[in-house]
Design a protein around this ligand. Structure first.
Ligand code: SPV
Ligand code: MG
Length: 573
């Protein structure tokens, strides 16, 4: 960018439009009719936008006869100005009324960041110039000059431009009348003259330009004389060319073809590759900026947002009730176990929930979740299931067993942790006598509930397959609940440890404690948050029967009272 170009870019929109009008070079404006097309015009490299009356009315599905109110037009322009930092010249038709309407229009346009307005010397309500143009009455010349003066007097930004459009050639009033009006409008204060023609050749425009002899900037709209080489306009000393309606027409052809194809073929497969990808729409909407802003402005817990739920198992000891569904779909107080868990996540704004199913994954209710399936669930353990969802570890993520019920503060405190890794350990469960029970946790310190806030880290968790380790001969500090929160850079470090474990020949048999222990061995500090009860896992029929009562305690009062009997029947199923 040279110095002149960079000064141009940093100037206000109105200053840029004015500069384009008065510059000695031929300039171009492209039609846009909403925020999206305004963004597209900017990306294509244009320096300014024509807010076409035809295109804006067409995208509303109404006629170019002032059927859309002027405030509806101005609202549309606001979206366009927000979506693109280009100067916008509004096609303001006749100014939507008399001099007073023009004054108000100019003030409102300035307030919305619009750089200028073009008004035409016809009568309100107007009709598009290409529809029976000769039959259309022109405005009284003096009255129109009053509109221009009123508009210029009411602008507060000196660079705001008013372009006066001469319709004399369209209406068949001849060249002299066109020139007479253009001169009157110039003297009334118009910053440029738009001379319009409906002929398929540029002859009358070129004649007008010759007679006009550079008295002020000339703007043209070569919709009908489109085959004229642009060089001809340059040589004629035209200031600005408006490509007036080509994006609404392009969009129309594309929409017609795609709608017709989908309707007749009853499938999307024929169109998918020839239309803009959904991601392209997101890009034009600047979705990335939203994500960045979310990180900056939403509280940490809300920004975390993702969970992976391990739900591939049928459930040992639960065979009698899991013939047709996996454990996570067992009804607890009338709702599947998984639904309680999903609702608990959503309550903490953890909305991006991936469930790894396996056994009878077809019976999993996928409302509000993404389901991935560990096809080898019968031969593999929890880590193989986790690996199926490893690519879903996109941001801060809670990894969870699928069979948990808990009070909401437990998850809230976990997702609010700043640590790269954090887990919840229940210090009320320390009876590790039963060697078949896993997930006991040994920590850097016990749960001294008087020392609230002390940092405690995890040292070991008992796994289903390990030989008894030295640490396991000591009484555990509690039981790991099955929740692991992974935050920030912890994500990549967890993926690296998981990848290492995947290389082991016994990977298929590894469970979540094996991952926690591998993280500890890799030098990671896993923060422990102690709780004392307030949760249930569903590991056998006994747990299943008791879970209903626990779930009811979580439900809103009215629901809990109303569902007392369901609790019993839910548990009995
Ligand atoms: C518009 O784009 O609405 C115009 C230009 O007024 S034209 O339709 O060519 O008259
Ligand atoms: Mg128009």
């Amino acid at each position: 960018m040279n110095a002149r170009e960079s000064a141009f870019v940093s100037a206000s929109r109105s200053a840029r439009l004015r500069q384009m009008l008065v510059s000695n070079e031929l300039e171009f404006m492209m039609e846009a009719h909403n925020g999206l097309s305004a963004r597209i015009v900017r990306e294509a490299g244009f320096k300014a936008i024509w807010g076409s009356g035809l295109a804006i009315s067409a995208q509303f599905g109404v006629r170019d006869n002032n059927e859309a109110s002027w405030t509806q037009v101005v609202d549309t322009l606001e979206f366009m100005a927000d979506a693109s930092d280009l100067p916008i010249l509004l096609d303001g038709d006749t100014g939507y009324g008399n001099f007073n309407n023009v004054r108000r229009l100019v003030r409102k346009l300035e307030q919305r960041g619009i750089a200028g307005v073009c008004i035409e010397d016809k009568q309100f309500p107007k009709t598009n110039s290409f529809i029976n143009g000769e039959a259309q009455p022109l405005a009284d010349m003096d009255e129109f000059c009053g509109k221009i003066k009123a508009g210029k007097d009411s602008q507060s930004d000196e660079n705001f431009s008013i372009v006066a459009r001469v319709e004399a050639l369209i209406a068949g009033w001849g060249m002299d009348e066109a020139l007479r009006r253009a001169e009157a409008y110039r003297q009334a204060g118009a910053d440029a003259i738009l001379i319009h023609s409906k002929l398929s050749r540029p002859d009358e425009i070129l004649e007008f330009a010759r007679e006009w002899a550079g008295r002020g900037p000339l703007v043209i709209v070569p919709t009908k004389y489109y085959s004229t080489p642009t060089e001809v306009f340059r040589e004629a000393g035209i200031s600005t060319v408006i490509w007036a309606n080509h994006l609404i027409r392009a969009a129309t052809s594309a929409m017609q073809a795609v709608a017709k194809e989908i309707h007749s073929s009853e499938t999307l497969v024929n169109v998918e590759d020839s239309i803009a990808a959904v991601n392209e729409i997101f890009r034009l909407q600047d979705a990335d900026e939203y994500s960045e802003a979310e990180d900056r402005y939403l509280s940490s817990g809300r920004a975390a947002g993702a969970a992976i739920v391990l739900a591939a198992s049928r459930g040992k000891g639960l065979e009698a009730v899991t013939e047709d569904r996996p454990k996570v779909m067992l009804p607890i107080a009338g709702r599947p176990l998984l639904r309680w868990l999903v609702d608990a996540f959503k309550k903490q704004s953890v909305n991006d929930i991936t469930v790894v199913g396996g056994y009878r994954a077809d019976a999993i209710d996928t409302a509000g979740i993404k389901l991935v399936v560990n096809e080898r669930h019968a031969q593999t353990g929890e880590l193989a299931s986790l690996a199926c969802a490893a690519d879903k570890l996109a941001g801060d993520t809670v990894i969870s067993y699928g069979d948990l019920l808990f009070r909401s503060y437990i998850l809230r405190d976990l997702v609010e942790s700043e640590a790269a890794f954090s887990v919840v350990v229940d210090s009320s469960l320390t009876d590790a006598e039963n060697a078949s029970v896993r997930d006991f946790a040994w920590c850097s310190a016990g749960d001294d509930r008087g020392l609230f806030g002390n940092k405690v880290t995890l040292r070991h968790v008992s796994s289903g397959q390990e030989a008894t380790s030295a640490i396991a001969s000591q009484t555990p500090h509690g039981r790991w609940m099955g929740l692991l929160n992974v935050r920030g850079e912890g994500r990549e470090r967890l993926q690296a440890v998981l990848a290492k474990l995947q290389a082991r020949p016994d990977f298929d048999s590894l469970d979540m404690p094996a991952l926690l222990n591998a993280l500890i061995e890799a030098g990671e500090a896993i923060e422990v948050q102690y709780v004392h009860g307030h949760w249930r896992g569903v590991n056998d029929l006994d747990d299943f029967r008791r879970a209903g009562d626990f779930a009811h305690a979580q439900a809103p009062f009215a629901a809990a009272v109303g569902n007392q009997t369901d609790a019993a029947s839910g548990a009995a199923q």
